[in-house]
Ligand binder design. Structure first.
Ligand code: 4NP
Length: 170
């Protein structure tokens, strides 16, 4: 997808991103944590607002999955999210809404209007090595699946922020 940026990203006009998966306990909290970490490293805390949500309500109120937390922590990143369900008001509020897989993108599209379409995409649209285009669901698998998710999401977030940073006016 083409990144939707209409005006320079400033403190006054900060850029808002919501990462979306199914449960909001594994993939999208990992994306939120990694992207926030990169923003902090680049001193861009005031230029971005990051959140995550799930298309289901299965885990609302829960902290990130313990395997996701452990994997992120191994790489020096703490996940702070509390699971919430994606809602229609998010479609107006966020500038960019990135789903982890096609099913979740379809679920978001079901409640979206035509004028939201330009802000909807997949996380792996920004992966330099996009594979099948989806961040695989690690929930029922072993720890290697969580590490795989971490690496995919890290690459994608770094590339996404590199592109967005060209629109930042400090
Ligand atoms: P996530 O992973 O969508 O990356 O948070 C999952 C979490 C929970 C379930 C499936 C996937 N579940 O079926 O409960």
């Amino acid at each position: 997808m083409d990144i939707p940026v209409e005006v320079p990203i400033t403190r006054e006009n900060h850029y808002k991103i919501c990462f979306v998966c199914l449960g909001n306990i594994c993939r999208s909290p990992t994306a939120e944590g990694i992207f926030q970490h990169l923003i902090n490293e680049r001193n861009l805390e005031n230029h971005f607002e990051i959140d995550s949500a799930g298309t289901s309500a299965y885990h609302v109120g829960e902290s990130a999955n313990s395997k996701s937390q452990r994997t992120a922590q191994k790489h020096g990143i703490t996940l702070h999210s509390k699971a919430r369900q994606f809602e229609s008001s998010d479609l107006d509020y966020y500038d960019l809404i990135l789903a982890m897989d096609n099913e979740n993108l379809q679920n978001v599209r079901q409640i979206a209007h035509d004028d939201h379409e330009d802000k909807l995409g997949l996380m792996r649209d920004f992966d330099p090595n996009p594979g099948d285009g989806e961040v695989p669901d690690p929930y029922y698998g072993g720890p290697e699946g969580f590490e795989n998710v971490f690496q995919i999401v890290k690459r994608s977030c770094e590339n996404l922020l590199d592109e967005l940073e060209t629109h930042v006016k400090k």
